[in-house]
Ligand binder design. Structure first.
Ligand code: GN1
Ligand code: MG
Length: 367
């Protein structure tokens, strides 16, 4: 560990790295300053099986953090070190260090003091909406294609449906005794539900091709635990920038609502628990719209649609993984991906029913 650390351009004395249990994708370590008051760091091994273009990913992060830092400085903000992540380059001036074994490591200055939250309340939802809205606004003047897609087609609905179709045809070709074929044969009701929404759910991609819907830089993992809060419970910094990439603003708005504005769990086996939490929806939307002042009319109008879209996309992704035999998502029990699929599909249906209320809220808040 110290061998890796010595490649980075750190000027202060630090103690040995210790494992930090955050996130499932990368491995993180905390590197504490030897003396109080000096900088500590967060060292991470990047999962290059998921993020295949580490160079592109790190360039994205550098671009985004530099851009936000310049914005904060131009606005005369104080405490900039806590308001945007800061990468520490290697002694050779690179954004990451690649070991002879082929692992990729990076180093951030640790944001402190700061706390994080796992659960959302209507009050914290509003603050979180502001934080992600501000993040998008700060990046809204970057051309969307200045960044690469760190996971290609990550939130592209047409591509996700194509992946499902491939999984289905592969499973169909298997003998009827095969587990994957059995899974497929038992799930025709899910396929029907997915099929009847296909066209509607690819609307955003079509509007983009017709030049009617813009792309912007999105965070693409808008969970409350990716926001750091200060001592007073105010959001200070957005973290986990690996999936920051071009896309539609719904990716961030819809994914937050998918995870936070659901009275049930993402993998709730009891479908009766699943409803849209309109209090959380309204609070987040209020915070978001306060800050996301760059939105066009069509983007605002489609925000409730974006909620359904992200839940539908997650339905398709979980279901594809189920038919493929659970190769992408970690599962806790054999039918976990099926339970997740049904829970997300129910959320889509609940969001369809709640769409008039969601539209009314967006309309009221936009005035
Ligand atoms: C994955 O691992 P986590 O929870 O940050 C996935 C998201 C999905 C989510 C579903 C890189 O995110 O896109 O929405 O699972 N991230 C990746 O729970 O695939
Ligand atoms: Mg994540």
């Amino acid at each position: 560990m110290n061998e890796i650390l010595r490649h980075f351009a750190i000027t202060n004395e630090v103690v040995a790295p210790e494992p930090l249990r955050i996130g499932f994708i990368n491995d993180s370590f905390i590197v504490r300053a030897a003396r109080i008051g000096e900088k500590s760091y967060c060292m991470q091994r990047i999962n290059h099986h998921i993020f295949k273009d580490v160079e592109g990913l790190m360039r994205n992060i550098q671009l985004v953090t530099d851009h936000i830092r310049r914005k904060l400085e131009a606005a005369g903000e104080t405490d900039v070190e806590r308001k945007v992540l800061q990468l520490v380059p290697t002694k050779e001036g690179k954004l990451f260090y690649k070991t002879p074994q082929g692992d990729y490591w990076r180093l951030y200055v640790l944001v402190e003091p700061a706390t994080s939250q796992e659960k959302v309340t209507p009050a914290s939802a509003e603050l979180t909406g502001q934080a992600f809205g501000r993040f998008q606004r700060q990046l809204a003047d970057l051309p969307f294609d200045a960044l690469c897609e760190s996971i290609p087609n990550f939130h592209n609905m047409e591509y996700r449906l194509q992946q499902l179709d491939e999984a289905i045809s592969e499973a169909k070709a298997l003998p009827s005794s095969d587990v994957r074929r059995k899974r497929l044969d038992a799930c025709q009701d899910i396929i029907d539900e997915i099929d009847k929404r296909r066209e509607d759910m690819c609307l955003a991609e079509r509007l983009f091709r017709e030049g009617k819907l813009p792309k912007h830089i999105n965070h693409c993992d808008t969970k409350v635990n990716n926001v750091l809060f200060d001592e007073e419970g105010r959001p200070i910094c957005i973290v986990d920038l690996d999936t920051v990439m071009p896309g539609f603003v719904f990716s961030d708005f819809g994914d937050f609502m998918r995870t936070a504005a659901n009275t049930g769990a993402e993998d709730d086996p009891n479908l009766a628990n699943i409803h849209v939490d309109l209090d959380v929806f309204e609070s987040y939307a209020r915070g978001y719209l306060k800050e996301a002042t760059f939105l066009t009319d069509i983007e605002k109008e489609l925000l409730p649609y974006g909620c359904r879209l992200l839940s539908y996309m997650q339905t398709v992704r979980f279901f594809t993984d189920y038919i493929n035999g659970d190769t992408y998502y970690k599962i806790a029990y054999p039918e976990h991906n099926l339970v997740r699929t049904r829970a997300q599909l129910r959320l889509v249906q609940e969001q369809e029913n709640a769409e008039p209320q969601m539209k009314e809220i967006i309309c009221r808040l936009s005035k």
